[in-house]
Ligand binder design. Structure first.
Ligand SMILES: Cc1cc2nc3c(=O)[nH]c(=O)nc-3n(C[C@H](O)[C@H](O)[C@H](O)COP(=O)(O)OP(=O)(O)OC[C@H]3O[C@@H](n4cnc5c(N)ncnc54)[C@H](O)[C@@H]3O)c2cc1C
Length: 381
C-alpha cells in the first residue's frame, strides 16, 4: 500500500470514528454493551481481514499501516480494537502455519468477518507460564477429544472460532513439545461458562470457555502436525505486541488531547491552568511519551514487515506505549481535577482501560525480561 492509499483509508476511518463512534462510545461503555452496529461497520471497512493476505480476501495491510489504524481507533474507543486484534492473530497463525486446505477454508471467512473469534491460550491456573496449560486433546480416529477450561478469552461470547492451545502429550519434555494448536469452532461440548466483569475494556466480551468431550476434526489441527502449538502461539506474539503497543499510543494520545483542551478552558487564579508551570511540566512529559511511543511502534512494525527478528523491538514498543497510556491517563485525570474523577469526562475511561495493555500479550514484567535477554544475546561479550 502506498502513502496515498494509506492516507485514504486512515481518513475514511477517521470520519467514521467522529460520525458514528465518538458520539456513542460513552453510552455503550457505561452499559458494557457489545457494539453490534460498529462491528458491522468494521466488517464493511474490511478490518476483520486487515492483515489477511489479499489472495484470501483480506486487505493485506502491512503491520505499519495496521498499527496506525489501531492507534487511531483506540484514541476514540480502545475496546473496538479488541474485537478484531486477537481475531487477526488467530488468522495470522493460519496464514503462517496452516495447511493449504485450512487457509482456503478459514481465511476468507475470517476476512469477511462472517466467522470471528480470537485466541484461547490462558487458563485459570496459568497465563504467563503457558507451558503449564492443562487442557487436553486425545486423538480418537479422525477426531481429537478436548477437555479443559480457558479463561479471559476476548470475543469468547460473540466469537465462534478460536485458536485453541492444548496439550496432546502432557508428559513431553521439554513441555512445549507436547503442545498443539487447533481451530475450534463452537459446537456440542464447547460452551461459555461465564462472562467476566472488568475494570475497563467494556463493550467487548471476555469469557471463560469450557470444553467437555468436545470433538474437533483432526483436519483442524493447525499445520497438521502435533507438538508445534507453542511455536504457533509464540509466533503470533510479535504482531500481538505491536497491536497492544498501538492501542497504548491511541490511549496516551487521547489523554494528552483531552488534557491540552481542558487546560486551556479551566481557569484558576485568573488564568487558564495551562499557563501554570506545574501543568506545563505534565503536558510536556505527556507529549514526549506519545511521540516516543509512536516511534517505537513504527520501528517495531517496520522490522516486522521487513521479516526481521523483532521480539526486542515489539517488546520495547509494547512495554513503553502501555506504560505511556497508563501514565498519561492518570495525568489527564489530575489535570481535570475533580472532573477527572467524574464519569462525565472520558479521562476516567482511559485510566480504567490503560492497565489492560500492561497485562495482555505478555505482562510488562515479562517484556523487560525479554528485552534484557535479547540485549545479551545480540551483544555477546
Ligand atoms: C481483559 C483481558 C483480556 C484477555 N484476553 C485474552 C485472550 O483473548 N486470550 C488469552 O489467551 N488470554 C487473554 N488474557 C489473559 C492474559 O494474556 C493473561 O492475563 C496474562 O498473560 C497474564 O497471565 P496471568 O493473568 O495468568 O498472570 P500470571 O502469569 O499469574 O502473573 C502474575 C504476575 O506475576 C508476574 N510473573 C509471572 N511470571 C513471572 C516471571 N517468570 N518473572 C517475573 N514476573 C513474573 C506477572 O508479570 C504478573 O505480574 C486476557 C486478560 C485480560 C485481563
Amino acid at each position: 500500500m502506498n502513502t496515498a492509499e494509506e492516507t485514504q483509508i486512515l481518513d475514511a476511518i477517521g470520519k467514521w470514528l467522529e460520525r458514528d463512534v465518538r458520539p456513542k462510545a460513552r453510552e455503550l461503555e457505561k452499559k458494557d454493551e457489545y457494539p453490534e452496529q460498529m462491528v458491522e461497520q468494521m466488517k464493511a471497512f474490511g478490518l476483520f481481514g486487515a492483515t489477511i493476505p489479499q489472495e484470501y480476501g483480506g486487505l493485506g495491510l502491512s503491520s505499519a499501516t495496521y498499527a496506525k489504524i489501531v492507534a487511531q481507533i483506540s484514541e476514540v474507543w480502545m475496546s473496538l480494537t479488541g474485537i478484531f486484534n486477537s481475531h487477526l492473530i488467530m488468522a495470522a497463525a493460519v496464514a503462517r502455519y496452516g495447511t493449504r486446505a485450512q487457509k482456503e477454508k478459514f481465511l476468507p471467512r475470517f476476512a469477511s468477518g462472517e466467522v470471528r473469534g480470537g485466541l484461547a491460550l490462558t487458563e485459570p491456573d496459568c497465563g504467563t507460564d503457558l507451558q503449564a496449560i492443562r487442557t487436553r486433546a486425545v486423538k480418537q480416529g479422525g477426531h481429537y477429544v478436548v477437555n479443559g477450561t480457558k479463561t479471559w478469552i476476548s470475543n469468547g461470547i460473540k466469537g465462534s472460532c478460536f485458536a485453541l492451545l492444548v496439550k496432546t502429550d502432557p508428559e513431553a519434555k521439554p513441555r512445549h513439545k507436547g503442545m498443539t494448536m487447533f481451530l475450534a469452532e463452537k459446537g456440542p461440548g464447547f460452551r461459555v461458562s461465564k462472562k467476566l466483569e472488568k475494570l475497563g475494556y467494556k463493550g467487548i466480551d471476555s469469557a471463560e470457555l469450557i470444553f467437555e468431550d468436545f470433538r474437533i476434526p483432526a483436519e483442524n489441527l493447525v499445520g497438521g502436525e502435533e507438538g508445534k502449538g507453542f511455536h504457533h502461539a509464540i509466533g503470533g506474539l510479535e504482531l500481538g505486541r505491536i497491536n497492544v503497543a498501538a492501542r497504548g499510543v491511541g490511549v496516551a494520545n487521547a489523554a494528552l488531547k483531552d488534557a491540552v483542551a481542558y487546560s486551556q478552558v479551566r481557569k484558576t487564579f485568573g488564568k487558564p491552568i495551562c499557563e501554570h508551570q506545574a501543568i506545563q511540566l505534565k503536558l510536556g512529559e505527556m507529549a514526549t511519551r506519545c511521540e516516543a511511543a509512536r516511534l517505537l511502534v513504527e520501528n517495531a512494525a517496520r522490522a516486522y514487515d521487513a521479516g526481521e527478528r523483532c521480539d526486542m523491538e515489539a517488546g520495547m514498543a509494547k512495554y513503553f506505549a502501555s506504560e505511556a497510556a497508563l501514565e498519561n491517563s492518570i495525568e489527564a485525570v489530575r489535570i481535570h481535577g475533580g472532573y477527572g474523577y467524574s464519569t462525565e469526562f472520558n479521562v476516567e475511561r482511559y485510566y480504567r482501560d490503560a492497565p489492560l495493555m500492561c497485562i495482555g500479550e505478555g505482562t510488562n514484567e515479562m517484556q523487560r525480561i525479554i528485552i534484557a535477554r535479547q540485549l545479551i544475546a545480540r551483544n555477546p561479550a
